[in-house]
Ligand binder design. Structure first.
Ligand code: PLP
Length: 378
């Protein structure tokens, strides 16, 4: 490859058994939402993260939608989620007619700040108006502080749905053992979109330890179809089930997930070492957490430097991207209650994501590193 090919930000790695699995699935004729691989994938996924049950869905967004529906979210209900996240964390609640409130991030892990959450919950408890669901988001591969968030959830008796879409495989040390993100709350939701750490093109899954919640979720994603002769449906369900073809891809990718995590962490290591003396803030990893560094991102001094750096990288044919505009700055969410908001605004104004595909070569990564270093030396 020439020295000047474009280095993509984060692309799928499909060089394993993916085509073999999909071809085999095609040969069986099971292409749709009936087929043996869906349950096989659910079982394998649940076992990987250490959950009792998994329900495979058409996307991470539909997994979140299903989880919130099962927990009764609708008009008059309130979901407290992270302010600093991708919009898909908030949209399902809104589609259900619930309101969202947006809790700012901590500087420590860029995820929902438990001390801010605690102050707010105490204030809300005094007026008798607690949110109905807490939805922390594990952003960019980095776990939220689930020990603290679960302590608050249990004190205030609020169910938790974890948006773990970006952080499959990340773990938190809790009570002396290591637990996967997504296994702390009533539900954990994951995404297999094209840019996620493992991908099925599009797809998602929810996990839970509750047989009852799993049964309800599975029912809902299958059009709420009752197992009886004739078309019998006991509520307005969704067509949110994963297909057999997608599950085939999922099984092939899951086999490689540990390798993907290792690759992401080693990319992060090389960047962190190379940038140690630059005036940037490196991505977080706390003592109790193990990040997958799904999307390697650092913080520049300010917005002007951020824009200059992104322009410089793009000019050198290196894809780089801004972090999310916080939800409280999204035009359709300006009415949402915002708890804090200055940290998320700062992450947005300073953050840049760098190329970190699992198949990124050292040579390519050196090109990124050289450009970033040259930018700061010029
Ligand atoms: C990707 C993502 C989702 C949605 O997953 P899709 O599979 O794209 O629907 C939800 N939340 C976060 C934080 C995400 O990054």
């Amino acid at each position: 490859m020439s020295e000047t090919h474009v280095i993509p930000l984060c692309i799928p790695n499909l060089s394993g058994q993916e085509s073999k699995w999909v071809t085999e699935a095609l040969a069986t004729g099971f292409v749709s939402t009936a087929g043996p691989l869906i349950e096989e994938f659910e079982t394998a996924f649940a076992s990987y993260v250490g959950s009792r049950y998994a329900v495979a869905c058409s996307s991470g967004t539909t997994a979140i939608h299903t989880a919130l529906h099962v927990l009764g979210m609708g008009p008059g209900k309130e979901v407290a989620t992270a302010d600093f996240t991708f919009v898909a964390s908030a949209n399902p609640a809104i589609h259900l007619g619930a309101s969202v409130s947006l809790v700012d991030s901590s500087r420590n892990d860029w995820c929902m700040d438990p001390s801010l959450l605690e102050d707010w919950l105490r204030k809300r408890a005094r007026v008798g108006k607690l949110p109905d669901v807490l939805m922390p988001v594990h952003v960019l591969g980095q776990p939220a502080d689930m020990n603290e968030i679960m302590r608050l959830a249990s004190e205030f008796e609020i169910p938790v749905v974890e948006d773990a879409a970006e952080s499959l495989g990340a773990t938190v040390t809790s009570g002396g053992s290591c637990r996967q993100v997504g296994t702390f709350g009533e539900f954990g939701c994951f995404s297999f979109n094209g840019n996620k750490i493992m991908t099925t093109g599009g797809g998602g899954i929810l996990v839970t330890d509750s047989e009852d919640l799993a049964r309800k979720a599975k029912h809902l994603v299958n059009q709420a179809k009752v197992d009886a002769p004739g078309y019998l449906h006991d509520q307005a369900g969704y067509n949110y089930r994963m297909t057999n073809l997608v599950a085939a891809l999922g099984l092939a990718q899951l086999e490689r997930l540990n390798d993907f995590i290792e690759a992401k962490r080693s990319i992060a290591d090389r960047y962190n070492t190379a940038f140690a003396n630059l005036p940037v803030c490196l991505p977080p990893e706390t003592a109790a957490s193990y990040s997958t560094y799904w999307l390697y991102s650092l913080l520049c001094e300010n917005e002007l430097v951020r824009d200059d750096l992104v322009n410089r990288l793009n000019a050198d044919k290196i894809q780089a991207r801004l972090l999310w505009r916080p939800l409280h700055m999204q035009p359709y969410l300006t009415d949402a209650e915002t708890v804090g908001g200055s940290i998320s605004a700062e992450l947005f104004s300073r953050g840049v994501s760098l190329p970190c595909s699992t198949q990124l070569t050292h040579q390519e990564q050196n090109r990124v590193i050289d450009t970033v270093k040259a930018f700061y030396q010029d």
